[in-house]
Design a protein around this ligand. Sequence first.
Ligand code: MLT
Length: 385
Amino acid sequence: MSDAEVLFQITTDHLDTGLRGYPVGYCRTSKVDPYKGVSYVGYPITELARKEPIDIVHLMFFRELPTDEQRASLEADLRARRGIPADVLNTLSGLNRDGHPMAWLGTGLQLLGLSTRTGDWMEDALNLVARTPELVAAIFRVHSGLGAPIAPSSDKGLIEDFVHMLGIPGADEDKLAALLKVFYVLHVDHGGGNLSTFTGKAVASGHADIFTCMSAAMGALSGPLHGGANQACLEQLREVGTTDVDEVEAYVRNRLANKDKVFGFGHGVLRAEDPRATIQYELGKELCPDDEIFQTALAMRAAAVKVLSENPKISNPHPNVDAVSGSLLQAGGLSDANYYTNLFGLARITGIAAQIVDERVHARGGKGVPIYRPKYIAKDQAPRG
Ligand code: MLT
C-alpha cells in the first residue's frame, strides 16, 4: 500500500453515478468551489469578468495575467496564427443546414485539423484559440444563410474581430462586443471535470490530435444537460411568456408536474447561485434592463428558486451560468438560440486546450497523464431476453 492521501472512499453506491465527485487528477487552470463558484488560477471570476478576453487566454496558458508587453505579444502571436484554409470554408457550404451548428463546429474542427495540425500540443492549442473565432463566425453565416464568411480584420481584439466576422446586419457591434467579451471570459473554464473538458482530455490521453479532441469535446458540450442548456434556457424563457413572478411560479410548477426539466437551475458541483449567473444578471440590468425576456429571466430567478427549494431532494435550486446568458445574447442582437452553444464552445475551447496541454506536456514531470482507463465492474453479462 502506498501512503497516498485517501481523498475518496469508493463503495458500490458510487457506481453508475457519472463519476460525480470522484477525484481523478489535478487541474491547474481553475477551481470550482461549491459556494464561491469558479476561480481561474486563483482569481475569483468576479475579479476577472470585465477583463479583456486576451488576458484570460494568457492566464490559462501561462498561469499569470499579462503585463502590457505580454498582452501585446500574445495578441500579435494569435493574430499571426489566424486564417482558415479555403477548403475548410468551402466544405462548410456543403453541410446539411438542418443539422445543428454544434455538429457543424465538430465537423469544422476536424476539417481544420486535417488541413492545419502540426502535432505539437502547444502550437496546435494556440492555433485553435486563434482560428476558432473565424470558424464559429463562418458557421454562423453559412448555416444561417446570412452570406459568405467574412475574413478577419487586421487590427481588432479577439472578440471585436469575432463580432466583425459575424457581420450581423444592423447590429450595434460595440454593444454586442461588450456583451460577448464578458460572455467569453465567464465561459472559458470550469474545473477539470466538466463533461466537455473531461472528454477532450480523455481523447487526448490516447494521443489523438487536439483538433480531434476538441471535436469530441464539442460533441460533449452540445447536449442540453451541458452547454446546450443555454439554448434550452432561452427557448424556455420564450415559452414562459410573462414577467409576472406568480405566473412564472405557476409555469415552473406545471413543468415539474409534467416531469419536465427546469433548465438553468442546479449544478453538479455548485451549491449556491453561480457567480457567473449573478454577474450576468447585473450586466443585464446595465445593458438591457427593460428587455422583456431579460425581465422574464429575473422573474424565473425568483420563482424557480422558491419552487425548487421546496423539494429537499434538490441539492441546488439556484441559477447556473445558462439561466440568463441567452436573454442577454438576444437583447444584444443574437436572437437565434441555435447558435448559443457555439458561443459557449468558442470560449470553452480555450480552457480545454490549456488543460490538454497541461496533461500532455507538463503533468507527471513532463511524462503526461497515461491513457484514461477507469475500471468498470462486470455485471449481468448473461444474454438478454
Ligand atoms: C460548465 O461551465 O462546464 C458547467 O457549469 C458544467 C460543469 O461545471 O459541470
